[in-house]
Write a protein that binds this ligand. Structure first.
Ligand code: DQA
Length: 144
């Protein structure tokens, strides 16, 4: 199965950006961890990051192929983007939303995510482990 791992704005700076909140691992580290695990799970991952809302929407459209799953960390767009929610609603496969930090423990404006209305599962506050946890669960869902 093909699994798209999509990351929103400012996550290109993961590891350098507010490490007290997001930790020191980079997106390349996340990709390496997910690649290693994907082999064991018989999945193929395709990981992307964009700072632009429309590009994230285009990536979701690309994922609209049979048998695919999506892991998405929409970052700040989680809290603002009806357009990303609408794009995910055009997608038939399983969707897991990941947040590195526990958004519920932070500022009130981070407590609501539009994407959660579509996500089959949400992982928040597990650091970058959230991505591999999401990958394990998605692989299980896709193999059912
Ligand atoms: C985030 C949480 C968001 O509130 C924030 O805007 C991000 C990252 C997380 O992974 O914890 O950029 O999605």
């Amino acid at each position: 199965h093909k699994i798209y791992i999509l990351n929103g704005p400012n996550l290109n700076l993961l590891g350098k950006r507010q490490p007290e909140i997001y930790g020191h691992a980079t997106l390349a580290d996340v990709q390496a961890d997910c690649k290693a695990l994907a082999g064991d799970l018989n999945c193929e991952i395709s990981m992307h990051q964009s700072n632009h809302e429309g590009e994230i929407i285009d990536m979701i459209h690309h994922a609209r192929v049979d048998g695919a799953g999506i892991i998405i960390n929409p970052a700040a767009y989680s809290h603002t983007s009806v357009a990303i929610l609408d794009a995910l609603n055009t997608f038939d496969g399983p969707v897991i939303e990941v947040h590195i930090s526990n958004i519920h423990k932070r500022e009130a404006f981070r407590h609501h995510s539009y994407v959660s209305a579509r996500a089959d599962g949400v992982i928040a506050g597990c650091g970058v482990d959230g991505y591999t946890l999401a990958l394990r669960h998605l692989a299980r869902l896709l193999n059912q």
